[in-house]
Design a protein around this ligand. Structure first.
Ligand code: ATP
Length: 355
């Protein structure tokens, strides 16, 4: 079992708190992504799991064992920094086998493991080739081979695709996930890129200012963001927020936004008069001439099958994703219908979703 359990994990650098009371469990064989903007504490959390940084408080359990105070090399985990770095003067076999050689493993065992790894990555026909002559995709596979050849209990990866150009990045996202489906090693992957996170993760933790704002599957995080920060950070373009005031009473199923009545999922608890925001993703807005929520076309971004349309309303710009066939001109008046089952409601002060 290589479950990773983090309990009340905390890290302070002097007065500055980089990680505040983090709690999560990565199940055995899960691909877990820590996602958030630069400086939110992702790398610090990862380094604590790796044993490269000592926590200020809290516990880390690997496979049920408390490893909080154990050194990095006593944890049986592989830390992958960047996948692209290879030794250009060595062939594929030597590049993949290098970590085993460094461990002092006997040559015959290295040979067996390297061949097994190369087969897994479908590069066994390249073993005796020089890495400098390889195409980009194959180079990445070799680098990946070097990372997985030790077969550790868990992989920790810190922005491993950070410096790749878009084409290789997309390829490697696919390869990494495919590889994971074959070897099922518990993985913690750090990125600031929502697309990487959404396409690879079984579970995601969205971090902001040292706090995990939400932990869940990509679908839960996209469909039911726990905070306005998460709703804004995930999705491209992000969720629209339409402000309204006056609180909500228990049982309410309708609110008034910019003079238009909007049906909402039934409210479960009274919310005292407060600044609120209705959240709606661009793809959950339709044009509807009958709607009282109106505005003027401000600009469009054509994307082939859909287009992102910015509509200037009395409460600011609202972005809608609509079919590309709809012909629109700047200044045209449109009505906007919001899909009532896809709305989120937030309390603006705390930023928290109202369930
Ligand atoms: P990035 O993607 O930029 O690395 P991150 O989310 O991984 O961002 P961390 O590297 O974990 O963020 O850093 C979190 C905060 O802790 C940052 O404000 C950083 O400046 C601070 N920090 C990290 N390491 C140290 C240190 N050794 N001493 C002081 N402050 C640190």
């Amino acid at each position: 079992m290589a479950e990773i359990r983090v309990e009340h994990l905390r890290k302070a650098f002097g007065d500055f708190i980089a990680v505040q009371d983090s709690n999560f469990v990565v199940g055995d064989g899960e691909f877990f992504v820590m996602l958030g903007p630069s400086g939110c504490g992702k790398t610090t959390t990862l380094r604590m799991i790796a044993g490269l940084e000592l926590p200020t408080g809290g516990k880390i359990l690997l496979g049920g064992e408390d490893v909080t105070m154990r050194r990095a090399r006593e944890r049986d985990i592989a830390f992958v920094f960047q996948l692209f770095a290879l030794y250009p003067h060595m062939n594929v076999r030597k590049n993949i086998g290098f970590p085993l050689l460094a461990q002092g493993m006997p040559g015959i065992e290295i040979r067996r493991r390297v061949e097994e790894t190369a087969k897994l990555l479908r590069i066994d026909h390249l073993l005796n080739k020089s890495v400098s002559g390889l195409a980009g995709g194959d180079r990445q596979r070799v680098a990946l081979g070097r990372a997985i050849v030790r077969r550790p209990k868990c992989f920790l990866m810190d922005e491993p695709l950070g410096t790749l150009d878009t084409e290789f990045r997309d390829l490697m996202i696919h390869e990494l996930r495919e590889l994971h489906n074959r070897i099922h090693a518990t993985t913690v992957y750090v990125t600031h890129d929502q697309m990487e996170a959404m396409s690879m993760a079984d579970k995601i933790a969205v971090m902001n200012h040292g706090v995990i704002e939400q932990f869940g599957t990509p679908r839960e995080i996209y469909d039911r963001p726990a905070t306005m920060f998460v709703a804004d950070f995930i999705g491209s373009p992000p969720m629209n927020f339409l402000g309204f005031g006056g609180g909500l009473s228990k049982g309410a199923s309708e609110i008034v936004v910019q003079g238009a009545k909007v049906a909402v999922p039934e409210v479960r608890e009274d919310i005292a008069p407060a600044d609120m925001a209705l959240g709606i993703r661009p793809e959950h807005i339709r044009f509807d001439d009958g709607s009282k929520l109106r505005g003027a076309i401000y600009g469009t971004e054509y994307l082939g099958t859909t287009q992102i349309v910015a509509v200037e309303t009395s409460g600011g710009i609202i972005k809608a994703r609509v079919p590309a066939e709809i012909r629109l001109n700047p200044g045209d008046q449109v009505g906007l219908a919001l899909s009532s089952t896809r709305l989120s409601l937030f309390e603006k002060g705390s930023g928290r979703a109202v369930r």
